[in-house]
Write a protein that binds this ligand. Structure first.
Ligand SMILES: *[C@@H]1O[C@H](CO)[C@@H](O)[C@H](O)[C@H]1NC(C)=O
Ligand SMILES: *[C@@H]1O[C@H](CO)[C@@H](O)[C@H](O)[C@H]1NC(C)=O
Ligand SMILES: *[C@@H]1O[C@H](CO)[C@@H](O)[C@H](O)[C@H]1NC(C)=O
Ligand SMILES: *[C@@H]1O[C@H](CO)[C@@H](O)[C@H](O)[C@H]1NC(C)=O
Ligand SMILES: *[C@@H]1O[C@H](CO)[C@@H](O)[C@H](O)[C@H]1NC(C)=O
Ligand SMILES: *[C@@H]1O[C@H](CO)[C@@H](O)[C@H](O)[C@H]1NC(C)=O
Ligand SMILES: *[C@@H]1O[C@H](CO)[C@@H](O)[C@H](O)[C@H]1NC(C)=O
Ligand SMILES: *[C@@H]1O[C@H](CO)[C@@H](O)[C@H](O)[C@H]1NC(C)=O
Ligand SMILES: *[C@@H]1O[C@H](CO)[C@@H](O)[C@H](O)[C@H]1NC(C)=O
Ligand SMILES: *[C@@H]1O[C@H](CO)[C@@H](O)[C@H](O)[C@H]1NC(C)=O
Ligand SMILES: *[C@@H]1O[C@H](CO)[C@@H](O)[C@H](O)[C@H]1NC(C)=O
Ligand SMILES: *[C@@H]1O[C@H](CO)[C@@H](O)[C@H](O)[C@H]1NC(C)=O
Length: 849
C-alpha cells in the first residue's frame, strides 16, 4: 500500500466499499498469495550483541555475524549474505538468502543459532518475547520456508522518504511561494533518503536499512510516509522503529489509508510501540479554481482543480444532453448530428459509466474541454485518465449551464489563468479524514496516536509534476507531525528526554475531534483519531506534564480497570484543576451477528464507559506532582458480537488551561473473536477449502501427481488477525476434533461435504504438542486479517507446488490430510484449544519417479 494518495485515489478506494463482497473463484491465483510480506528463502536474522553474550564480552560484532555464518556452514546450508546490520542497541543482524532447498535435507531456517543468535522470518518479524517461538526450536519442530510467497505487487517498490528532505513541503516549504504556504518547520535542515521509486512495496529489510541509515546519519527525527496494513506490533521494521524511538529520537509514521476497511487494521511500521502513528485530519478548505460565466449573469463556477485549466479565451457551452435527469449521459457514442466540439466547453452529467468513457465519446467529436457536473451532492477529484482539460463541477452549476444552453441562451465560459483561486469550504473539514486507518492493534496497542492535517493539503510536489499539488493521505499528515517535532526539538533541545516524552506531550495537549459536524454525535473513536489533533503551540508551551497519555484497560479477559496517571506542575505558580470524563464514540468493530469486521466509517455507539476518579479536583504547587487513579468500567447494553471498543478522554482542566489522557478498552475478550472465516460468503463454499490447479473446490479425496500444475492448494480467509498460522501434513486417519469442521457439521452444509469432514473416535483436544503431525508445509506468524475487498488483501491462498515439506524434505507417496491451525488472539500457543483448526479432505500423493 502506497500512501501518497491523491484525492482521486482516495475516493476510488472508498468506492470499493460498495462492491459486493463476493469474490470470483477465477480471482484465485495458482501461487501462494495473501500472506503478509514474505520473500522466498529470505530471512532477517538478528544476532545477539557481543555484550549480551555471557563470557564473550570482548567479541566484536564481526564475530557474532561470523558465528551465524559458521552455524549455517556447519549445517551445509548454502546461503548468501545480502546485507549486514550493525547498529548496536538497535539492530545487529543480517539478511540471508538460502539457496534452493530442493532435496537438500538440512534446512534449519528458524532457530536459535548458537549463543544468542536469533532468526526471524521476513514476513513475521522478530518477536523475542513470544514463548512459542522460543519453545518451538529444536528437533522435530516446525521449519519455515521453501515457498514462493511473493505476490505480484511485491515487485513494485514503495516510495520511502525518511526525515528530512521530504519531497512534500509540509515540513520545509519556504514562505514567499505563489500559494503563500510555508512548511511547519521551514528552518529545519532537511536531508532526503529517497531510496526507491514512486509506487509499490518494499520489504521490511529495506525499511530497516533506511531507518538505521537515518540514525547513523545523525537525524533527530525520522519520518516515514509508508506502511502496510498488518495489525501487529511485531514486524521487524515496527520493532526497529520502536527501538529507535526508545533512544530519544522522534519517529513519526503514517497510520495508513485503509479507513474504509474498518477496525483492527493498523499499519506497520507505524505499529512500532514507541513510534508516533499519525492519523489525518481534513483541511477546512480545499484550494480550487473558479471559472467565469459569460452571456448570462451567474456567480463564478468553482471547478475541482488546484491550478487553472490551461484554456485561453472564452468558449461557448455545449451540453451533450438537454435533459439533466439522464443518468447515462454520454456513455454511448454521441449522435451523428453532434457538431464539432473542439471550440466548446462540453457539459456532461456524471453517472453510470466511467469518466474516461464519457470523455472518450466527447473526444470523438473533438471535445477536449469538459465540465462534468455531479449527479448528487459530490464534489471531489475525479479520475479523467489522459484527459487533462476535464474536471468536476457541482450539480447545481451543471444544471444551470445545461438549462441555459437548452433554452437557447448563448452562455460561454472562460478560465482565468490568475486570480481564480478559491478556498472552497470542505464540509468534512476539521474531521478525521475518512481514509485514516482504524486501530487498535490486535495486541491492543493505541494506534493511531495523534492526528495532523492530511486531507486536501496544498504542498510542494516534485517539479515535473507541477511543483505544488493538493494531496490527501496520512502520508501528508506524517511530515506535518515531523515538522511539529522539529519545532519541539528546536525549542527544548534535542536531548533524549525531549524525544522520549514527545508523544506523551503531544497527546496530552491535543484537541479532541468530533465524529461529525452534527450536534449530539459523539467524539470520534480514539481508534481513529488517536488523542486528537496535535496542537503544536500548546505542546511546546505546556508547563504541566501529564503522564502517561494512554490508558489501556485491554480486553475483558485481561481487564485493567484501575489506571493511574500523574499531573506535574513545572510552572512557577500553583494551579488548581478539575478532573472529568469525556467519552468518545464506542466503535462497533464487527458487523452484528457475523464474524466480519464492520467497514469504515466504523459505526459508533454513544454508550460509553463510566470513569470514576480518586480525586475530582486538586491543587498542584510548582514542582509538585498529583497522582490520580481512574476506575474505568466498560459500557453495558451493547451487542457483544460487535466487539465494542470503547474509548475517551480524561480532562484535567481549569478556566485557563486543559490537558487530557486518552483511554481505550474492549468490551469483550479477544480470544472469543473467530479468526478463520468458515462461511461461504466470499466464495460461495465454506472456507477453508482445498483447491486444484483449475481452481475447483475439492470435497472428495483427490490424487495429485505434482506434474505440471497438478498440485493442491488451500484457500482461506482470516476474519481476524492470527499470531500463528500452521499448515501441517497429517495422517489421513488422525483423531482430532477440529473446531471449524465441527462448526461446518453444525451448519447446514451438504451431507456429502459433511461426511468428508467427520472422523470416527475424535479425541478430546489435548496439548498442542500431542497433535501428531508428519511435518510442516507452511507456517506464518502475526498475520493480518483479510479485508472484504478483492485487491490482494481479500483472501490467502497456499499452493503446494511440489511434494515437499517446508524444510525441503520430499514427501513420499501416500495419503494425507492437511491440518490448518490458527492461534486465536491472546491464545496460548501450547494449548490446542486456543487454536481454530480445520482438516482437509484426503490428498493422495502419486508422484511419478
Ligand atoms: C501570506 O500569509 C501571511 C501569513 O498568513 C499573511 O500575513 C499574508 O497577507 C499572506 N500574503 C498573501 C499575498 O496572501
Ligand atoms: C535533498 O533532495 C534533493 C533531491 O532529491 C537532493 O538533490 C539533495 O541532495 C538532497 N539534500 C540532501 C542534504 O540530502
Ligand atoms: C469563486 O466562486 C465562488 C462560488 O461562486 C464564490 O463564492 C467566490 O467568491 C469566488 N471566488 C473568487 C476568487 O472568484
Ligand atoms: C494561451 O495564451 C498564451 C499567451 O498568448 C500562450 O503563451 C499559451 O500558449 C496559450 N495557451 C494555450 C493553451 O493555448
Ligand atoms: C451517480 O453516479 C454514480 C456512478 O455511476 C452512481 O454510482 C451513483 O449512484 C449516482 N448517484 C446518483 C444520486 O444518481
Ligand atoms: C493514456 O495514454 C497512455 C499512453 O498513450 C496509454 O498507454 C494509456 O492507456 C492511456 N490511458 C488512458 C486511461 O486512456
Ligand atoms: C438542446 O437544446 C439546444 C438549444 O435549444 C438545441 O439546439 C438542441 O437541438 C437541443 N438538443 C436536443 C438533443 O434536443
Ligand atoms: C493486552 O493483553 C494481552 C494478553 O495479556 C497482551 O499480550 C497485550 O500486550 C496487552 N496489550 C497491552 C496494550 O497491554
Ligand atoms: C464426491 O463423491 C460423492 C460420492 O461418490 C459424489 O456423489 C460427489 O459428486 C463427489 N463430489 C465431487 C465434488 O466430486
Ligand atoms: C488415488 O490413487 C490410489 C492409488 O493409486 C487409488 O487407489 C485411488 O483410487 C486414487 N483415488 C482417486 C480419487 O483417483
Ligand atoms: C524436515 O521435516 C520433516 C518433516 O517434519 C522431518 O521428517 C525431517 O527430519 C526434516 N528434515 C530436517 C533436515 O530437519
Ligand atoms: C509414486 O506413485 C507413482 C504413481 O503410482 C509411481 O509412478 C511412483 O513410482 C511412486 N514412487 C515411488 C517412490 O514409489
Amino acid at each position: 500500500m502506497v500512501w501518497t494518495a491523491t484525492p482521486a485515489l482516495v475516493s476510488a478506494a472508498l468506492a470499493g466499499v460498495a462492491l459486493a463482497a463476493k469474490f470470483s473463484p477465477s480471482s484465485i491465483p495458482r501461487t501462494t498469495t495473501g500472506f503478509k510480506n514474505t520473500v522466498p528463502n529470505k530471512f532477517i536474522v538478528e544476532v545477539a550483541e557481543p555484550s549480551n553474550i555471557p563470557g564473550k564480552r570482548s567479541l566484536d560484532s564481526r564475530t557474532t555475524h561470523e558465528q551465524l555464518y559458521d552455524f549455517m556452514r556447519k549445517r551445509e546450508l548454502g546461503f548468501e549474505v545480502e546485507k549486514e546490520f550493525n547498529s548496536p542497541g538497535l539492530f545487529m543482524g543480517s539478511v540471508v538468502t538460502l539457496q534452493d532447498a530442493n532435496g537438500v535435507d538440512k534446512l534449519h531456517a528458524q532457530g536459535i543459532f548458537g549463543d544468542g543468535i536469533k532468526i526471524g522470518i521476513i514476513d513475521t518479524g522478530i518477536d523475542f518475547t513470544n514463548p512459542f517461538l522460543g519453545g518451538a526450536f529444536g528437533p522435530g519442530n516446525k521449519v519455515i520456508g521453501g515457498f514462493d510467497f511473493v505476490g505480484d505487487d511485491f515487485s513494485k517498490i514503495r516510495h520511502l522518504v525518511l526525515m528530512p528532505n521530504f519531497t512534500h513541503g509540509i515540513i520545509g516549504a519556504n514562505p514567499g511561494n505563489p500559494f503563500n504556504i510555508s512548511g511547519v518547520a521551514f528552518k529545519a535542515s532537511i536531508n532526503a533518503y529517497r531510496i526507491f521509486g514512486c509506487t509499490g512495496d518494499v520489504s521490511d529489510d529495506i525499511i530497516i536499512e533506511a531507518l538505521l541509515r537515518g540514525v547513523s546519519d545523525g537525524n533527530d527525527i525520522l519520518t516515514m510516509s509508508l506502511g502496510g496494513a498488518d495489525g501487529w506490533t511485531e514486524s521487524s521494521s515496527s520493532v526497529v522503529s520502536s527501538r529507535i524511538a526508545a533512544t530519544g529520537k522522534i519517529v513519526t509514521i503514517a497510520a495508513g489509508n485503509d479507513g474504509s476497511k474498518g477496525s483492527w487494521y493498523t499499519s506497520s511500521p507505524g505499529n512500532g510501540i514507541n513510534a508516533i502513528s499519525v492519523a489525518s485530519l481534513d483541511n477546512t478548505v480545499i484550494p480550487l479554481q473558479n471559472a467565469t460565466v459569460h452571456g448570462v449573469a451567474h456567480d463564478p463556477i468553482t471547478y475541482f482543480a488546484t491550478f487553472p485549466l490551461p484554456i485561453n479565451g472564452t468558449l461557448p457551452v455545449f451540453a451533450t444532453s438537454n435533459d439533466t435527469t439522464v443518468v447515462d449521459d454520454a456513455c454511448n457514442a454521441l449522435p451523428d448530428s453532434t457538431p464539432d466540439l473542439s471550440g466548446s466547453v462540453v457539459v456532461v452529467r456524471r453517472g453510470t459509466c466511467t469518466f474516461v468513457q464519457k470523455l472518450t465519446n466527447i473526444a470523438a467529436k473533438g471535445g477536449q474541454v469538459v465540465l462534468i457536473y455531479d449527479n448528487g451532492s459530490g464534489f471531489d477529484a475525479i479520475d479523467t485518465g489522459n484527459f487533462t482539460t476535464a474536471t468536476l463541477i457541482q450539480a447545481a452549476d451543471g444544471v444551470f449551464l445545461v438549462n441555459e444552453f437548452a433554452s437557447g441562451v448563448p452562455v460561454s465560459i472562460s478560465f482565468p489563468q490568475s486570480g481564480g483561486s478559491f478556498d472552497f469550504p470542505d464540509s468534512a473539514g476539521g474531521l478525521i479524514s475518512s481514509f485514516t486507518s482504524f486501530g487498535p492493534s490486535n495486541d491492543f496497542f493505541f494506534k493511531p496516536a495523534i492526528a495532523a492535517p492530511g486531507g486536501n493539503i496544498l504542498s510542494t510536489f516534485p517539479v515535473p509534476l507541477g511543483t505544488f499539488a493538493v494531496l490527501s493521505g496520512t502520508s501528508m499528515a506524517t511530515p506535518f507531525m515531523a515538522g511539529v517535532s522539529a519545532l519541539l526539538f528546536g525549542v527544548k533541545g534535542t536531548a533524549p528526554e525531549v524525544g522520549l516524552t514527545a508523544r506523551t506531550l503531544f497527546e496530552t495537549t491535543a484537541q479532541r475531534v468530533p465524529s461529525s459536524h452534527t450536534d449530539g454525535d459523539p467524539l470520534q473513536t480514539v481508534t481513529q483519531q488517536g488523542a486528537g489533533l496535535v496542537d503544536a503551540f500548546k505542546a511546546i508551551h505546556a508547563d504541566v506534564i501529564v503522564s502517561p497519555a494512554e490508558l489501556i484497560t485491554n480486553d475483558t479477559a485481561h481487564f485493567q480497570p484501575l489506571q493511574k496517571f500523574s499531573v506535574k506542575n513545572i510552572g512557577t505558580t500553583a494551579k488548581s484543576f478539575k478532573v472529568s470524563h469525556i467519552p468518545a464514540g464506542t466503535a462497533l468493530t464487527f458487523q452484528p451477528g457475523t464474524i466480519f469486521p464492520a467497514d469504515g466509517p466504523v459505526p459508533l455507539s454513544s454508550k460509553a464507559a463510566t470513569v470514576k476518579f480518586s480525586e475530582t479536583s486538586f491543587t498542584v504547587h510548582p514542582g509538585q506532582t498529583q497522582q490520580i487513579t481512574a476506575h474505568i468500567t466498560a459500557p453495558t447494553g451493547l451487542d457483544p458480537t460487535t466487539f465494542p471498543v470503547f474509548s475517551g478522554f480524561i480532562e484535567i482542566a481549569n478556566a485557563q488551561e486543559s490537558y487530557q489522557v486518552s483511554y481505550l478498552g474492549l468490551a469483550g475478550s479477544l480470544k472469543d473473536v473467530q479468526v478463520v472465516d468458515d462461511t461461504d460468503v466470499f466464495f460461495g463454499v465454506n472456507l477453508p477449502v482445498l483447491t486444484d490447479a483449475e481452481g475447483n473446490f475439492l470435497t472428495n479425496a483427490t490424487n495429485f501427481t505434482f506434474v505440471g500444475d497438478d498440485a493442491p492448494g488451500v484457500l482461506m480467509r482470516l476474519a481476524f488477525g492470527s499470531p500463528k498460522l500452521l499448515f501441517d501434513l497429517v495422517d489421513p486417519n488422525i483423531k482430532i476434533t477440529t473446531t471449524l469442521n465441527k462448526r461446518a457439521e453444525d451448519a447446514s452444509v451438504p451431507v456429502a461435504a459433511r461426511s468428508v469432514f467427520s472422523f470416527p473416535n475424535a479425541a478430546k483436544s489435548g496439548t498442542f504438542a500431542q497433535v501428531r503431525t508428519l511435518g510442516s508445509l507452511f507456517e506464518a506468524d502475526f498475520q493480518p486479517r483479510n479485508s472484504d475487498v478483492n485487491d490482494g488483501t481479500g483472501f490467502n491462498q497456499l499452493t503446494i507446488p511440489s511434494p515437499q515439506f517446508a524444510n525441503g524434505t520430499m514427501i513420499p507417496n501416500g495419503t494425507y490430510r492437511i491440518l490448518l491451525r490458527a492461534l486465536k488472539v491472546t491464545g496460548d500457543p501450547t494449548k490446542e484449544e486456543d487454536f481454530e483448526s480445520w482438516l482437509s479432505p484426503i490428498l493422495g500423493f502419486e508422484v511419478p519417479s
